[in-house]
Design a protein around this ligand. Structure first.
Ligand code: ADP
Length: 226
């Protein structure tokens, strides 16, 4: 597993302080992050691969500062957004997945093999030439995930990956995530997603309000939201 480390992390957007001193060392395989809307979960998640630079403090992955070594960190850490439309850039499913490999050193044949494998892994093999804009919400979310996983990151950070999905697709996404061998950091409001996670962090008031096994951390969170 990678070591994801937050050291004295503060973050403000203008006058508004969102994170007010986060210290965490994450080495577990499956880590959940919960908190009320606006509590700074997305900000925290985005710092892991350098999409947001902390106002002060550092975030590092295996000793690489995510703010300074963003390119290197993003090779290790894949990121899935809540809304797959932010991530899907090509007209067809297989082209979109292949696009993720545009900068890789793989040969054309190796890229084709990888794309084919990922299409199968994510249940999209019947949709390789399908126009991406005609996919269902659930299929789009799977595609966004497939297009990240094809790069074989060590860590996957997923920001509310089931929020826009109906119950059936949310379940499918849950089982798909559960089957991934990678280290996972998942921000979610779907608390049942975290049942078998190794560690759950509760963010409240810009700080870590609880941190531990899912049952205890989630009970603490339920107490916070009443
Ligand atoms: P969460 O994921 O817990 O809902 P966010 O990290 O998205 O929280 O946002 C925390 C707070 O920061 C919210 O009040 C949000 O409106 C604000 N915020 C988030 N991103 C920006 C931004 N780019 N510019 C200004 N304010 C932002």
């Amino acid at each position: 597993m990678s070591e994801i480390r937050f050291e004295a992390v503060h973050h403000s957007y203008g006058e508004r302080t969102v994170l007010a001193g986060i210290d965490l060392t994450l080495t577990e395989r499956r880590i959940g992050v919960v908190g009320a809307n606006g509590s700074g979960k997305s900000t925290l998640a985005r710092m892991i691969n350098g999409l947001v630079t902390p106002t002060s403090g550092t975030v590092s992955v295996d000793g690489l500062d995510a703010a300074r070594k963003g390119r290197q960190v993003r090779k290790k850490v894949g990121f899935v957004f809540t809304d797959p439309d932010h991530q899907i850039v090509m007209p067809t499913v297989s082209e979109d997945i292949a696009f993720s490999l545009r900068r890789s050193a793989l040969s054309k044949a190796e890229r084709t093999d990888r794309v084919t494998q990922v299409l199968t892994d994510f249940g999209l093999d019947g949709h390789a030439d399908h126009p991406t804009h005609l996919l269902s919400g659930g299929q789009k979310q799977l595609l966004a995930l497939a297009a990240v996983m094809v790069t074989e990151p060590d860590v996957l950070v997923a920001d509310e990956p089931t929020t826009l999905l109906d119950l059936r697709n949310a379940r499918l996404m849950r089982s798909t995530l559960a089957a991934l061998p990678q280290q996972l950091v998942v921000v979610t409001h779907h608390l049942d997603l975290l049942d078998d996670f190794d560690r759950v962090i509760v963010i409240d008031g810009g700080r870590v309000a609880a941190d531990g096994a899912p049952a205890e951390a989630i009970a603490h969170y339920r107490g916070l939201i009443g």
